[in-house]
Each structure stands twice: as C-alpha cells, then as structure tokens.
Design a protein around this ligand. Structure first.
Ligand SMILES: [Zn+2]
Ligand SMILES: [Zn+2]
Length: 335
C-alpha cells in the first residue's frame, strides 16, 4: 500500500510508494560517476582558485584564512540574472505583469581550494562559510527594494552546478518567490488558528516520534521530514524560534554549520558524495521577528528526477521512506 503524506509546513502532498523501491544502498554513486574524484587542489584555469579572476574582484564579504590570505570570499556573480543598475519598477507589457529584473546576485567562494568539499571540511571552515552567508544577508537587508534573500548551494552537475570550484550563491530579489509566499501564508494561518509556529510544532512532533531524526547539534536538529518529497531529503533547523536568517548570532551560525556538516557528512558516507542542492529558507525581510515563520535549511540529494506526475501535479512520488533514510544516515554517522 502506498501512502499520501502532507507536509505541515508547505502543505504539499507526497506519495510514499516504497514497494516500487529500491533499497537505500541502490542510490550510492559509483566512483567512476563522480566528477569530484581526482580533482586537483588548484586549477590554473579556474576563476575562483586563488590567483584566478576572483582575486581581482572586489569582495562584499571576505573572511581571512590562517595563511593571511582569504578563506571565504563573496563576490558579484559575473553571470548575474538580476542586477541593481536600474531601480525596480513595473514594465508595460499589456495585460501581462513584468518588472525590471532588480536584485543582487553573488557567488560565495567557499574555499581557495579547488577540491574542497563541505562534507569533508572542518567545523571551523563550515562556520566561516555560514558566517559569510549571514554577513552578506545582513548587507542585503539594508537595500529597501530587496524583499527576499535566497541562499543556496548547487553541488555537482545534476544539481545545476556549472563550475567545479566549491561555491554557493546568494540572490536577493525584489519579488517574493511563490514558494516563500505560499509557505508564509500557510504559516500565518497556522499561527492565527493555533497560536504557535508551524515549524516549531513540526519539529517538536518529529522529536516526539524520533524515527526520522538523524542528529542533534546543540539547538539544531537534522532529520528526514515526514513528507519528504525525494529520497534522503534532509532538514536542518533550530529548536529556538527565529524568523530571519540575518538575525542568527555568531554562536547560532557555528552550531548550524556543525549540524549542516553532520548532515552532509552522513549523505556523503551513505551515498558516495551525491549531487545535491542546499536551500536556506528565511522569512521575507519585512517579517523579521515574525512569530509564525522560522528559517531552516533543506538538503535535496539529486537521486531521482521530476517527471510528468511531479511537474503536472506537484505531488512527488518518493520511493524511499524517510524513516529508512534517517536510519541509513544515522548508521553512516555511527549513531
Ligand atoms: Zn578552483
Ligand atoms: Zn518556530
């Protein structure tokens, strides 16, 4: 029997169909299929390596390394799809809605090393990346035209990464993406009906049921959510309520980095360094301090493809139960 499951936070439905399935170990990426095997520590042709183009860019955030040079740099994306050269305004397109593509697009060069992998990094290195995200987030908060700051990481070609050098991206937009507005609306309704944050409530229920919990690092919890849309979907969220990522303290960033590191290490060990996306979801900038929204990160390994069912209905068919995924990930961490 398959099972419909609904995410309490997004409202989206998933079909859990484990009998179509494959066992968790069937998803392990073979060595020869991994573009990150045998990558050198430095590449002369890479714009992000030390000595490359990135050294000539003006960073908005730079974190120093042990050797007196930089460890993490945030620089403008050369292939930006939004920009701030023109002020935001609507564009006349008949009865269709359109606006100037206003925003800021940055690349976060996470390490001077070409072969750096966050799943194998130290807690300190990962904390440096998260602090760079948070510091740039705070800078972008000061632009009154920016509504949402989106932070994400594409790992590998199946996740949309076009450059091998380890990097993440920050894109600030003057429009609110529907994923965010739908979730915020739902969270606000939950708040009005129940007087509590739906993200805090969902995490409390996961902690009560325990079978999908992977790891805990201080206030942060790593788990495979009840209505996971894809195999091994993994969330990282604090027990402490906080709406806006920009409000995270240095200590919270370090704790979050440790939890995210545990999640990435587990996925790396269990699945052989799979391609994945990390999406950091935060409240819109004008909702700082909101009691109903809660920032978190989700890691989506690229193990399955969205097909007609997913594109047509928005209902994902997941062949790995999140309970089985969490057990495999706990095992990979030796827990
Ligand atoms: Zn490089
Ligand atoms: Zn909350």
């Amino acid at each position: 029997m398959s099972e419909y499951r609904q995410s309490p936070t997004s409202g989206q439905w998933t079909i859990l169909a484990t009998e179509r399935s494959r066992r968790p170990e069937d998803f392990v990426l073979p060595d020869e299929g991994n573009p990150r095997r045998g990558v050198p520590a430095h590449s002369d042709s890479c714009p992000f390596c030390r000595g490359g183009d990135v050294d000539r860019a003006v960073p908005s955030v730079e974190r120093p390394g042990k050797d007196g040079l930089w460890a993490v740099r945030v620089v403008p994306n050369r292939y930006a799809y939004v920009g701030a050269s023109e002020p935001p305004r609507g564009l006349p397109r008949g009865k269709f809605a359109a606006a100037v593509g206003y925003g800021h697009a940055d690349v976060v060069v996470e390490s001077p090393r070409h072969d750096w992998n966050p799943a194998l990094a130290s807690d300190e290195e990962l904390a440096g990346v998260v602090l760079a995200w948070r510091d740039r987030f705070r800078q972008l908060q000061k632009d009154p035209a920016v509504k949402v700051v989106n932070v994400f990481r594409n790992h590998g070609p199946r996740a949309g990464a076009s450059l091998l050098h380890p990097h993440s991206q920050i894109v600030a937009t003057s429009v609110v993406p529907p994923h965010i507005s739908d979730q915020v609306r739902r969270a606000e309704e939950h708040w009005k009906a129940k007087g509590s944050c739906v993200y805090c409530d969902a995490l409390a229920e996961e902690l009560a049921q325990r079978e999908r919990i992977v790891a805990e690092e201080g206030d942060f919890v790593v788990w495979c959510p009840f209505a996971s849309r894809t195999p091994f979907e993994t969330r990282v969220q604090s027990r402490r309520h906080e709406a806006l990522f920009g409000d995270a303290t240095d200590a919270e960033c370090a704790e979050f980095a440790r939890a995210m590191g545990a999640a990435l290490r587990a996925l790396h060990a269990a699945l052989g360094d799979p391609d994945y996306n990390v999406i950091l979801r935060s409240a819109c900038l004008d909702q700082a301090g909101a009691p109903f929204y809660h920032w978190y990160a989700v890691i989506i390994p690229k193990l399955s493809r969205a097909a007609g069912m997913e594109i047509g209905t928005g209902i994902y068919v997941n062949s790995v139960a999140p309970e089985a995924a969490a057990k495999t990930l706990r095992g990979a961490l030796g827990l």
